[in-house]
Design a protein around this ligand. Structure first.
Ligand code: SF4
Length: 313
């Protein structure tokens, strides 16, 4: 069914109705378009969404995000139908690491533990000892007390950030997020000169030269928490612009400035209300993971979730 774009309100009502009929849960990442976040049952970062997927009683999970996220939900919930409304929504960073190349690196460093950022394929997760997100990466690496070397895949910038908090040797994969990696220190400095009192909040996917400009380095959920708990009029936000929806919702009187117009992830913006409705109506496109990959990948995800839960208590 195709819908006009003018009537989001009625489309949201239809989604609500069909969602109940199919016992579905709609998850959306903070980088999704505003109307998708408004309609979702749960909005979160990769860790929060993984936890929701693992805990839900719904029969169907509609994942408004990119491919690796829906794949993680399929790994954690093999008995559920996991739908990705736009099947071409991928993550260029996740695509920078493959199972074959990682196996070669493991041969090169046989004593190293492998930590994979959740922004990776199921095959890469299956080759890894433990998964992490930007919210718990430091904690995950510190938990590997039996290892002196860690292969960190695929984000070199997050891996570099983690290396600041450990004595372990961190072997970096040459992957990066095109949205965050392109940022230049001059752009942050220009925003700071315009809003000198605003704290700079930076996502660790940004290059080290940008991370060096602040002590406030946070995952998306970390940024949201920091803004809620502090009382500035202005904040400089160095991550994908979709987060502004939740920042404004939580803090209507505060102002958020993004230092670059390019802080937009093209793949995250491919989800539309039409596509969500169509996914629910047709119960497709479905994301599946073969059982041999799933059996291995789930171990790295479960090890991470155990750490995530510990850190919340
Ligand atoms: S923002 Fe970057 S890491 Fe996140 S999905 Fe887009 S390309 Fe991948």
């Amino acid at each position: 069914m195709q819908h006009g774009t003018g009537n989001n309100e009625s489309l949201m009502q239809q989604i609500k109705k069909i969602k109940q009929e199919k016992n579905a849960l709609i998850l959306a990442h903070y980088y999704q378009p505003d109307e998708i976040q408004e309609m979702a049952d749960f909005i979160g970062d990769s860790l929060g969404l993984s936890q929701q997927a693992a805990d839900t009683n719904a029969d169907v999970i509609v994942f408004c995000g990119v491919h690796f996220m829906a794949e993680s939900a399929a790994i954690l919930c093999p008995d559920k139908l996991v739908l990705l409304p736009e099947p071409t929504a991928g993550c260029p960073m996740a695509d920078m690491a493959g199972g074959e190349a990682l196996r070669k690196m493991k041969d090169q460093y046989p004593k190293a533990a492998v930590v994979c950022y959740i922004n990776s394929s199921a095959e890469v997760k299956a080759e890894s000892d433990i998964c992490c997100t930007s919210a718990n990466a430091v904690k995950v690496v510190q938990s590997l007390t039996d290892y002196e070397q860690v292969i960190f895949v695929p984000d070199r910038n997050l891996g570099h950030y983690v290396s600041r908090f450990t004595e372990k040797e961190i072997i970096l994969w040459e992957g990066f997020c095109p949205t965050h990696d392109q940022l230049k220190p001059e752009e942050i400095a220009a925003a700071k000169s315009q809003y000198p009192d605003a704290p700079i909040l930076v996502h660790p996917e940004a290059p080290p030269s940008v991370v060096d400009m602040t002590e406030h380095v946070f995952s998306t959920s970390g940024m949201l928490k920091y803004v809620k708990e502090t009382n500035h009029a202005n904040y400089i936000i160095v991550t994908e612009k979709g987060i502004k929806y939740q920042l404004k919702k939580d803090n209507p009187d505060k102002h958020f400035w993004f230092p670059s117009e390019r802080l937009v992830c093209r793949d995250m913006k491919l989800t539309t209300l039409d596509k969500v409705f169509n996914a629910l109506e047709t119960l497709s496109p479905q994301i599946t993971v073969s059982s041999d990959i799933r059996m291995k990948a789930i171990q790295s995800l479960n090890r991470m979730l155990a750490i995530g839960r510990e850190s919340k208590n």
